[in-house]
Ligand binder design. Structure first.
Ligand code: PLP
Length: 298
């Protein structure tokens, strides 16, 4: 797992300009500030190449379309902007966020009509975890707060409103756990606040299909599994399946593949990263480092 370091002054793209981060500002009347009304995507650069950039841009534009937000730049332009932002920050390994806000509208403030969206792209360096951290697993709690159902807001939309996930994570943290797993309203496993969930049982990868953000890392894991002869199924999973898993891992762009060693006080396997998790993690790192699915910045 790698996490972003946020303490460096960087160059931020905002509505056609590249500005030092202390000058990159949006209005307090932007609906993303007022209502969390916007969409975003997060991608990463490895070895000076952005991994699966087109998949991230496709997801961003699909999110925007689903919430009736017109992205004010073409996808091809935004693609160039992402690469340029990484370049202007002189980064080889970067965490990149692309945000499209609903923007500022007219009075009354609640109306989403006539808003002018803002596009923001920033890139921050990745910070490698200290040596030995690859051996660690996290402890997770099943949150009592359920994931917002598709009937209220499509989980496939990467919305700027993460309050549901933030509260699930806070509940877990305040109970002494590292993170949370969120269930659907119907009690099935959905995902985690910022990650997809994989269960390993008898050598097969099982991952929820419904009420999830369709993670690019999740898709990559499924592709790698099929390429390397690991059986995988997208299916409904319950907390019982978590408690009885041989292994569990989370997947995300920002965190990669990282193991879960405990769920609600039940140890998973022997609590340490298991063999299938290690294999998937190393296949994922090989793919990132090969540049095979990435777009060069430089
Ligand atoms: N689920 C949620 C709710 C997320 O926010 C994220 C990533 O931000 C993911 C899953 C993992 O998606 P990806 O692999 O595209 O980073």
């Amino acid at each position: 797992m790698r996490v972003a370091s946020g303490d460096q002054e960087s160059i931020v793209y905002i509505d056609g300009e590249y500005l030092p981060e202390n000058q990159a500002k949006i209005s307090v009347f932007d609906h993303v500030v007022l209502y969390g009304d916007g969409v975003y995507d997060t991608c990463c650069a490895w070895g000076g190449k952005v991994f699966k950039l087109d998949a991230h841009l496709d997801r961003l534009f699909e999110s925007a379309r689903a919430v009736k937000l017109d992205v004010p730049v073409e996808k091809s332009t935004l693609r160039r902007v992402v690469l340029e932002t990484v370049k202007r920050n002189h980064l080889e390994e970067a965490y990149v966020k692309i945000i499209v806000t609903r923007g500022v509208g007219k009075l009354p403030l609640l109306s989403p009509y006539h808003c002018v969206p803002t596009v923001i792209v920033f890139a921050k360096p990745y910070m490698r975890l200290a040596d030995g951290d690859d051996e660690k697993s996290i402890r997770v709690k099943i949150a009592s707060l359920r994931r917002i159902p598709d009937e209220s807001l499509y989980a496939k939309v990467k919305s700027s409103n993460y309050q549901n996930h933030v509260l699930a994570r806070m509940e877990a943290n305040e109970a002494g756990y590292d993170d949370a797993i969120e269930l659907t309203i119907g009690g099935y496993v959905a995902e985690a606040p910022g990650y997809n969930v994989f269960v390993i049982k008898h050598g097969a990868l099982l991952t929820p299909r419904d009420n999830i953000l369709v993670g690019i890392t999740r898709q990559t894991v499924l592709e790698l599994a099929s390429r390397h002869g690991i059986v995988s199924h997208e299916c409904a999973l319950t907390p019982f399946d978590l408690f009885n898993a041989d292994e569990i891992f989370f997947s995300s762009t920002a965190g990669g593949i990282f193991p879960v060693g405990e769920v609600d006080g039940r140890r998973i396997g022997d609590g340490a990263p298991g063999p299938v998790t290690r294999r998937v993690r190393s296949l994922y790192h090989e793919l990132l480092e090969s540049g095979e699915a990435s777009i060069p910045v430089y």
